[in-house]
Design a protein around this ligand. Sequence first.
Ligand SMILES: [Zn+2]
Length: 440
Amino acid sequence: MAARLRSVPARSSRGRYKISASMELTSPIEMSDSYPPVVEEVARLAGSPEVRAAFDWFRSQEAQLTQWQMEAARIAAPPFGEAARSAWLAERFRELGLRDVQADEVGNVFGVRPGSGIRSVALSAHIDTVFPATTPLNIRQQGSRLYGPGVADNGAGIAAMLAVAGAIRAARISHTLAVVFIGNVGEEGEGDLRGMRHVFATPRWRDSIAYSVIVDGAGADTVVAEALGSRRFEVIVRGPGGHSWSDFGAPNPIIALARAIQAFSQTPVPSSPKTTFNVGVIRGGTSVNSIPESASMRVDLRSSSMAEIDRLERALRDAVDRAIEAENRAAAGHRTRKPQAVQPEVVMIGNRPAGELAPDARLLQVIGAVDAQLGNTAQVQRASTDANIPLSLGREAIALGGGGSGGGAHTLQEWFDTSGRSLGLRRILLTMLTLAGVAE
Ligand SMILES: [Zn+2]
């Protein structure tokens, strides 16, 4: 999971969520006519014998869930190296009786519990980690705590997805819409959401998935309903280089970059929708007495508004062009031996689309009613998750935690505590079943 940028306490009457008034959505969610039936439906489902049996299964099977979680975390799954974990997950899907278990060409793993039509609800968890293949995966358990890289992000999500598949099967719950379980690759870092992007570029899934519930990390206290967009660039400036004394006056890539940074960093950004930029890495040069032949920087642009990201990208490109012109003009003013110029190259190295749930989205009503039913308190958050992809396509999607608690994500000290995990699992199951529909 990428860093959460903002959390907003967001409870209103009857457990419904609204986005805080300080954010882009300035008016509270209107109560829609469909709301009371959702509340009643959630209450009916939560009280039904099958769903209660599924809830009991979560508690009785905690040792199994912990075992799955530790097994998954022990299989290295660096970005672009998820194949072994994909294969392990496909085996679990088969054991749990899912149909049509298959992997696609990028390594996403699918398993289906059929419904009565072609429409479906997707429950997904990313299987990749931020850790390189050489990271020692010392996954261990002490009491209710699990320790080790990836044990919560996304071991908790994988365990929750398997738990929901197991509970629906054990309690013999039949649902109207199909439920598609997806272990997807490429959520973290340079993976750039490639797994979920591929799911929604594939007609079979794109045309059938009505709702997406993404499980990422631990906890039951958040709802990610807004997709923070980001776009990342590497800007490389190349020039003739030379000796600091004898070639003095030749255009200098580091100075050109400095001019670009100076200009770009003046770009105004709105506080709402919150929009940010960062120059995070700068590299280049050979030695203190050499005019560099190249220099580069990495720039990160973020906003919940695609229009703002587009505007920042134009400002960046413009700043680079003007900086190159200025540096070449300055060099032309010197008498160098031959005409020389620096050249820029701007490479996009990351692109995560922004998007958000409409205030009247059914998915927000459902998760609000589920939390009210379970007596759970949660906050609506904006973050960059696999939900960015369906949200940017105008589809309903949210990201939830897999229950329990965790910390130290993206470090070797990562931990997960299984205490209270079943609340998070009940929350996911009830959300899925309400979305999929269960006949009386
Ligand atoms: Zn994650």
